[in-house]
Design a protein around this ligand. Structure first.
Ligand code: SF4
Length: 257
């Protein structure tokens, strides 16, 4: 029995879940430093009010908020991996550590297969579930998004995601394990104005050495929710302060994309 047979057995025999259609596990990437992208799930439970993924993927907000594992994903990946080379971005259109990943282990199995094929990957997540896979990550890279240190604000703007304190704890564990990490402050929002030093300090304290900042990219339907939550794009002064404090604290400051 192959590993994909085992996975099918698990899915069919133990817990049958609804699935999203899938014809390819890997797709070419237009993101810097990544050759291919891999997203084992469609949709996202984190519910970020600034999320523009559904509009890019032509899905309704309702469809996006109901994440599904992709059908036959591991079997497809097993077939595709021997024919590719380059770095694989894991979690480029949605978070690869959806709550259901704790049971389904699709992302974990994908990481195992990528490593088995001698390829490198870069994970991007908001979830501390990534620390479950420390044993597989090794020389690869993990980016964790932190948009605010304020747990109350976080519950409003990212209601389904683990709170910032758990993301920072995850970064500590990853860094302690010698994994190369970066933090994405993205999008940079007005809720960090006046707290830039505190935010950069908390990130630096985890041992992360790279701070990446992204600006707010508004798509249809994302603006009104932000306005209702009293949040807008961070101003230029905040962006300058983030850069200044990053430099002062020895972090490598980068702008995303
Ligand atoms: S984690 Fe990413 S994909 Fe998920 S809702 Fe937030 S912005 Fe969208």
């Amino acid at each position: 029995m192959t590993s994909s047979d085992l996975h099918d057995f698990w899915e069919i025999g133990v817990k049958r879940t609804r699935e999203a259609p899938c014809s390819k596990a890997l797709t070419p990437s237009r993101l810097p430093g990544l050759d291919l992208t891999l997203n084992p799930y469609r949709g996202c439970a984190h519910g970020c009010i600034y999320c523009y993924a559904p509009s890019l993927l032509h899905l309704s907000a309702k469809e996006w908020s109901d994440p599904l594992p992709k059908r036959g994903f591991i079997r497809l990946l097993e077939r595709e991996l021997p024919h590719i080379k380059g770095v694989i971005g894991v979690g480029t259109s949605t978070d690869p550590y959806q709550p259901m990943e704790a049971d389904l282990c699709l992302t974990r199995r994908a990481l195992e297969l990528i490593s088995k094929n001698g390829l490198r990957f870069c994970i991007h997540t908001k979830s501390d579930l990534v620390t479950r896979d420390i044993d597989l990550i090794g020389p690869n890279e993990v980016g964790v998004t932190v948009t605010s240190l304020d747990e109350v604000v976080s519950r409003v703007i990212e209601p389904g995601a683990p709170p910032p304190s758990r993301r920072l704890d995850a970064l500590l564990l990853l860094n302690d394990a010698g994994i190369h990490t970066f933090v994405m402050v993205g999008p940079a929002l007005s809720c960090i104005e006046g707290r830039e030093e505190e935010l950069v300090g908390a990130i630096a304290a985890t041992g992360t050495e790279v701070l990446m900042v992204d600006t707010l990219r508004l798509r249809p339907n994302t603006g009104s929710e932000l306005a209702d939550a009293g949040v807008r794009a961070a101003g230029q002064a905040t962006m300058r302060r983030l850069k200044l404090f990053a430099k002062e604290m020895g972090l490598d400051y980068r702008t995303a994309f």
